[in-house]
Every structure is written in C-alpha cells, then in structure tokens.
Design a protein around this ligand. Structure first.
Ligand code: PRT
Ligand code: ZN
Length: 283
C-alpha cells in the first residue's frame, strides 16, 4: 500500500483530488475523515494541513505527498521532488507600500520585513548580501505595513489583487512555486513500483491535457504538407474517403500550437475539421 498525503482543504485540495480521479483512482469517502482508502489502487490518502506534509513524508508516515514548492523549501525537510504538477502556481515576492522608494534590492537593507516564509526570505537576503529584520507572522501578512509592524512584506502572490487592495507594490520575486509530488527518500522496492505506476498515470493525464485529437478531410495533393504539419504520436492516420482524391486525416495536436496549426490546415485546404479532447495519452 502506498500512502499519499494531500491538503485537507485549501487551494490545493480540488486539484489534488481531480488528479487522483483522472488517474482512475476512486476513494471510499470524502475528506471528512483523516484517511481514505482507494477502491481500485493500493493507495491510502491522508488529509492533512499543507504545512505538515513535508514532515510526514520525511518521516515516512506518508510515502508521497502533494504540496506547494514554497512549503517544501520553507520546511527544509529532505524529500525528493518527483513531479512538478503544474497547479497551485504562485510566486513568493517582496512587496512594499506604494510610498516606499524602492531602488533595487539594496533598498531592503536594514528594514523590517514581515513574512510566513522566514527561511526562504533569509536565504534570498544572504544570496544578495543584504541584511533585513525578519518578522515571522503566520497569516494576514499583507496588513503588516499598514499597522506599523513592518516596512515591507514577503508573501505569496497569484493575481496580485491582495497586494493592490492593501496599497502594496511587488518589487522582487524570490521564488516561482507550483504544487509538487514529493516522495520519501527511502521507499522500498514495492513502494517505488507503485509510485512508478502512479507516475505513469499522471504522465498520461498531463500529456492528454496538453494535446487534442484532430480529424479532418483533405485533398490528396495536400497530404504531404499536412503530414509534415501534424506528425502526431508516430504519424497521422490517413484513410481514403469514398470521394475520389480525398482522405480523412487523424492526428494529435499540441494545445499551445493549436490556432497556428488550424490556420495552416485551412491554407492546406483541409475541411470539416473536428477537434476533440483526449482523456488519457500513453506514449
Ligand atoms: O489549512 P492549510 O494550512 O492546509 O492551508 P493554508 O491556508 O496554509 O494554504 P492555502 O490553501 O491558502 O494554500 C496552499 C498552497 O497554495 C500554498 O502553499 C501555495 O503553494 C499555493 N498558492 C497558490 C497560494 C496562492 N496561490 C495564493 N494566492 N497560497 C496562498 N495564496 C494567498 C497569499 O498568501 C495571499 O494571501 O493568496 C493571497 C494572494 O493572492 P492574490 O491572487 O490576491 O495575489
Ligand atoms: Zn498551511
């Protein structure tokens, strides 16, 4: 049995659950309890506060966990990052009140910075050979300058609206973060095999999200152009249509190139283009 720690509630909960579900893993109950057992995979899920996940994985109470990179780095526990999951994206930034005259990192020398990330901040200050007074607080960091507790803050930012509503300006990004799948450093063979199995499924889900299935009719004299444009997983499937001189072409296209590919396909006289989501993709 592989044990995975996920956030009990909060910003990573939904995406973590969705990922397990898309990997075909069904749980026997919701997050009302501390533990859930998967019905169709040898997996036990522990629902925890995100701050505790690195410790649990480090201790081997959980074998793997889903947690923000920011938390992993702040806690400094030796766990292995095995997959960058691409959700929970944010950045850890230093922000100052609008009135603060910021002229580069040297402006941080000697000031008071409030944060819930004292270790990551200290590391940044050391790297930049700066010295500032770190005030560790556990929440509502953004109000610290307004109440006179600090001159600046170091906090997570995603849209930037929290900073804006508190009259703060982001001046330095010190970490780009996303959710990681982390693992204990001493998994046994059996646990490692189960983790590999899970990683194979995660890869299939992630590749599927990055690609779409595409189907079209095209005149035969354009097939060479279309094949060059749509290499697909190996090469496109080409089936002749009942109408002489035409074929049906099926392939896979990366979502990042999607519109560009569409425009080119039109210029190659493709017609009746159908685009479909892919559920799993095993390459
Ligand atoms: O209860 P528990 O301890 O488990 O949860 P928590 O309250 O400590 O964490 P939670 O659920 O808020 O965040 C979990 C993880 O989500 C974080 O560790 C990050 O890895 C990631 N994440 C992504 C964020 C944000 N985006 C985010 N915007 N975590 C927090 N924020 C906060 C930020 O602290 C600030 O207060 O959102 C505010 C800023 O957001 P914007 O959009 O206004 O810029
Ligand atoms: Zn937390």
């Amino acid at each position: 049995m592989l044990k995975i720690a996920v956030q009990k509630s909060g910003r990573l909960y939904e995406d973590s659950m969705r990922l397990l579900k898309e990997c075909g893993i069904e749980l026997n109950n919701g997050n009302k309890q501390l533990k859930a057992v998967a019905l169709n995979f040898p997996l036990e899920v522990y629902f925890l506060r995100d701050d505790d996940i690195p410790q649990y994985v480090f201790d081997g109470v959980a074998d793997i966990g889903i947690v923000g990179e920011n938390v992993v780095l702040e806690k400094g526990k030796e766990v292995r990052s095995v997959y960058r999951l691409g959700f929970g994206r944010c950045r850890l930034s230093i922000a100052v009140p609008k009135s603060f005259e910021y002229a580069g990192p040297l402006s941080l020398n000697g000031i008071r910075i409030a944060t819930s990330y004292p270790h990551i901040l200290q590391r940044y200050l050391d790297e930049q050979s700066l010295s500032a007074e770190i005030h560790e607080i556990s929440g509502s960091v953004e109000i610290a300058p307004g109440i006179g507790l600090a001159d600046a803050i170091c906090d997570l930012v995603s849209s930037g609206s929290t900073l804006f509503t508190n009259g703060l300006r982001e001046v330095a990004v010190i970490l780009q973060s996303e959710a990681l799948l982390v693992a204990n450093n001493q998994l046994n063979d059996e646990q490692r095999q189960l983790l590999d199995k899970l990683l194979m499924r995660i890869n299939a889900v992630k590749s599927a999200r990055k690609n779409k299935y595409i189907l079209m009719n095209a005149p035969n004299h354009q097939l060479a152009n279309i094949t060059a444009l749509l290499p697909g997983m190996k090469s496109p499937t080409i089936v002749p249509l009942a109408e002489e001189g035409w074929s049906s072409v099926q392939s896979v296209v990366n979502v990042d190139d999607f519109w560009e590919v569409m425009e080119k396909l039109k210029s190659f006289e493709a017609q009746g283009i159908l685009v479909m989501p892919i559920e799993q993709m095993i390459v």
